[in-house]
Design a protein around this ligand. Structure first.
Ligand SMILES: [Zn+2]
Length: 66
């Protein structure tokens, strides 16, 4: 077993710790969290607000560490 974490895994862990919140109504989701989709070198996090249907999208790009 290795404890090595790729930069992506670390970024992802950071995201997983944070609850998505709606930019429109301020609702904070504490249960479902983000939906994660990976496309090539991009990771898209999407959250659909259950109260007002606003969609919050954030994108992470894989690549060099800052
Ligand atoms: Zn909302």
């Amino acid at each position: 077993m290795s404890s090595y974490q790729s930069p992506f895994e670390r970024l992802r862990a950071k995201f997983d710790e944070s609850n998505p919140n709606c930019p429109s109504c301020g609702y904070v989701d504490t249960e479902c969290g983000w939906r994660v989709a990976t496309t090539g070198s991009r990771v898209t996090y999407q959250f659909v607000c259950p109260t007002c249907d606003a969609v919050e999208t954030r994108e992470l790009r894989l690549g060099r560490e800052p």
